[in-house]
Design a binder for this molecule. Structure first.
Ligand code: 1HE
Length: 265
């Protein structure tokens, strides 16, 4: 890896390794359970803003027994009100860089996925959880509130009632409950999360880039629109996607019986 920004990110605990067209981004601060320090947040942002051009999809995972223990609590005690606002906004910028970046991101989750770790996971496009994964929002117990986009993204996955329960009672969801509540899309055995996430990302990487772009950038916004505006935006996005040479070739390939059919499972 020769990109100086990616080299700096690696020094701050976020590495990037290409597996074909898939960028595997790994949090590497296992001694602190990948707790999100300012340096780590900046490194995640820099990595997703500087993915190599050949990356068509990405995976994010964490080194050690836990995906991510959330905010680095040792840094929180130092901040005043103004600093806290800027800190939260910096998290927003990082997770927006991930959610609204160039390529879809699959999260490979294991162990603790808590607090800011859950906010990070919820900014990804698809979540894969191993048996060991568990999900919680200990902010309520720590005397704080979510600040990394959790109140925007997590209710859109699990509903306001479920997030309220997590925050008020400190309830922790296991991997099956994560699946049942809609937080998790794929459940796998321990040790299988990264392989599954990479396999999904490899498949995503074969889609037409404009289709992936529409799903990442248009779909969540259309879902927030009033139906009339949403339908018009959908038509515009569909027209743009359909008229790319890529789409034209893919449609022709199906009609010429050169493309795969839709098959079960
Ligand atoms: C940390 C952090 C952290 C671990 N900030 N240092 N997040 C939390 O409230 C979760 C807090 N962490 C835990 O509950 C546990 O550490 C775990 C369940 C994740 C893992 O337990 P375990 O037994 O494997 O590890 P440990 O012994 O607790 O921690 C190992 C070291 O990591 C230890 O440091 P050491 O110097 O004594 O070795 C811990 O202090 C350190 N560590 N987690 C700082 N989070 C934008 S708003 C977002 C708001 C939030 O994210 S609030 C939720 C914060």
């Amino acid at each position: 890896m020769s990109h100086p920004i990616l080299e700096r990110a690696a020094q701050h605990g976020v590495t990037l390794e290409m597996r074909g067209a898939v960028a595997v981004v790994t949090l590497r601060r296992p001694a602190k359970r990948n707790a999100l320090s300012d340096a780590l947040i900046e490194a995640i942002r820099d990595t997703f803003q500087n993915l190599p051009p050949e990356a068509k999809a990405a995976v994010i995972d964490g080194e050690g027994d836990h995906f991510c223990a959330g905010l680095d609590l040792s840094e929180l005690v130092e901040r005043d009100v103004g600093g806290a606002v800027l800190h939260s906004r910096a998290w927003h910028a990082t997770f927006d860089a991930l959610q609204f970046g160039r390529v879809p991101v699959v999260a490979a989750l294991h162990g603790a996925v808590v607090g800011g770790g859950l906010e990070l996971a919820s900014a990804c496009h698809i979540r894969v959880a191993e048996d060991s994964a568990y999900f919680g929002l200990p902010e309520g117990q720590r005397g704080i509130f979510v600040g990394g986009g959790g109140s925007v993204r997590i209710p859109r996955l699990v509903g306001v009632a479920c997030m309220t329960d997590l925050m008020l009672t400190g309830r922790v969801l296991d991997a099956d409950e994560g699946r049942a509540t809609g937080l998790v899309q794929y459940r796998v055995a321990d040790g299988q999360g990264l392989a599954k996430a990479v396999a999904l990302a490899q498949r995503i990487a074969t889609n037409a880039p404009m289709s992936n772009y529409a799903v990442m950038h248009a779909l969540p916004r259309i879902a927030e629109m009033a139906p009339g505006e949403g339908l018009l935006t959908e038509s515009l996005m569909a027209a743009i996607a359909e008229s790319t040479p890529d789409a034209q070739e893919r449609l022709r390939a199906f009609l010429d019986k050169r493309a795969g059919k839709v098959v079960k499972g």
